[in-house]
Design a protein around this ligand. Structure first.
Ligand SMILES: *[C@@H]1O[C@H](CO)[C@@H](O)[C@H](O)[C@H]1NC(C)=O
Ligand SMILES: *[C@@H]1O[C@H](CO)[C@@H](O)[C@H](O)[C@H]1NC(C)=O
Ligand SMILES: *[C@@H]1O[C@H](CO)[C@@H](O)[C@H](O)[C@H]1NC(C)=O
Length: 368
């Protein structure tokens, strides 16, 4: 108890000190942005303070009886922290991309922010998240958009500042997945193959398992079509999405569903045990390194409540890897398999790489 409080105090002090440091860096770079000479050295007293705090934290960490130590490494850094830091650097990511970060924070306070949401996204994708706040007005579209309560009505062009995108209207994006409302309208409804799991069928499964579905998280959900379909059934689903060159977030917001601007490698911004359902669309696929996928799945487990569902919707991988790599990986979660359907991925890249799709519905056990 006393230890925890002590550690909290130390961490608080550390936070204050590091913030002082970053503010100091920032103010010096802001003042000297035009000529950009090398930043002046950090004052000695700050360095000394930081050094003391680090030493204290190290000391306390060693004292802590519950701290996992790995006997194979000489340091006291937990091995999973080392591993995870390589995948998504903890806290240091913003420092690693100082040039981008300086560009992001180089603005005139209290006036209009630069039009740079693409810069913000670049930083987020590099692990610099959450980004620092700014004291400026974000550019907003000039005309107020006509907002419909129907999440499948035509998207209003006035909801987007188009200058950052190659396309200059939603009709230009019609052929791109997520933007044609006629196509989106039938998603998650139809049942064309065993890889589909119509929402009505899913809700029926949950109902008969006495597991009410009220809150969900859709990972990599594009323009929020899954959330939109669920909204019509009075289920609240939030969607993590990145723009990646097209206004996915703006489209989701215009449809009245929540876009969370969070990359795949980031800890899900939802509290433990909060979700009845997590759906992974096919943004979650073999392109994610296996270890990063493990961290993702265990984070999904964290946000799911007991009896909640993980729905892998057209996960794809090489046919040979499904049994060798992914079934064991998913199996480690210890979930009940409600649906497990595999089919050949028959688009050109799927045929070339001998890929398969997996649609799986898995239920988290109530108690472990
Ligand atoms: C969907 O189609 C599959 C076969 O392709 C079938 O097994 C399943 O029962 C169908 N589901 C519904 C809800 O019709
Ligand atoms: C959703 O809620 C609204 C308002 O309470 C209600 O009128 C509607 O019937 C509900 N829809 C479903 C599918 O439950
Ligand atoms: C899927 O592809 C494999 C070869 O890659 C083939 O042997 C198998 O018959 C295909 N299955 C279906 C259902 O088309």
């Amino acid at each position: 108890m006393g230890f925890t409080m002590g550690l909290n105090m130390v961490l608080l002090m550390a936070m204050v000190a590091t913030n002082l440091l970053s503010l100091y860096h920032l103010s010096s770079t802001l003042q000297s942005a035009a000529s950009s000479p090398p930043p002046p050295p950090v004052p000695d007293h700050l360095l000394r303070q930081l050094h003391t705090i680090r030493a204290t934290i190290n000391h306390l960490t060693r004292l802590h009886p519950n701290t996992p130590t790995t006997p194979t490494t000489p340091t006291t850094t937990p091995s999973d922290l080392l591993l995870y830091s390589h995948l998504a650097p903890v806290a240091s990511a913003c420092h690693r991309h100082a040039t981008l970060l300086h560009r992001f924070m180089n603005y005139t306070p209290f006036s209009l922010c630069p039009l740079d949401s693409d810069l913000a996204e670049s930083l987020i994708l590099r692990g610099c998240h959450p980004l620092p706040r700014r004291r400026c007005f974000s550019p907003t579209p000039p005309k107020p958009s006509s907002l419909s309560s129907n999440p499948f009505s035509l998207l209003p062009d006035s909801a987007v500042i188009w200058s950052q995108y190659t396309c200059k209207s939603f009709s230009c994006l019609n052929s791109q997945s997520g933007f044609n409302m006629k196509v989106e309208n039938s998603k998650f409804i139809t049942n064309k193959s065993n890889l589909d799991l119509p929402i009505t069928q899913f809700l029926e499964i949950a109902r008969s398992a006495k597991s009410p579905i009220r809150l969900g998280l859709d990972i990599g959900g594009g323009t929020g079509t899954f959330a939109a379909q669920m909204k019509l059934l009075n289920v609240t689903v939030v969607t993590t999405t990145m723009n990646l060159g097209a206004p996915h977030s703006e489209a989701a917001a215009a449809r009245g569903v929540v876009p969370l601007h969070a990359p795949l490698q980031q800890r899900l911004p939802v509290f433990d045990g909060a979700a009845d359902l997590v759906r992974c669309g096919h943004a979650v696929n073999r392109w994610i390194p296996v270890v990063a996928m493990e961290f993702l799945f265990y984070d999904v487990d964290r946000v799911l409540r007991g009896g909640g569902y993980l729905w892998l919707d057209r996960f794809f991988c090489k046919g040979a890897d499904l049994e060798r790599v992914y079934r064991p990986l998913i199996g480690k979660l210890g979930y009940k398999t409600v649906k497990w359907a595999v089919g050949n991925k028959t688009d050109p890249s799927g045929l070339k790489n001998a890929e398969v799709y997996l649609t799986a519905l898995l239920q988290k056990p109530v108690a472990k």
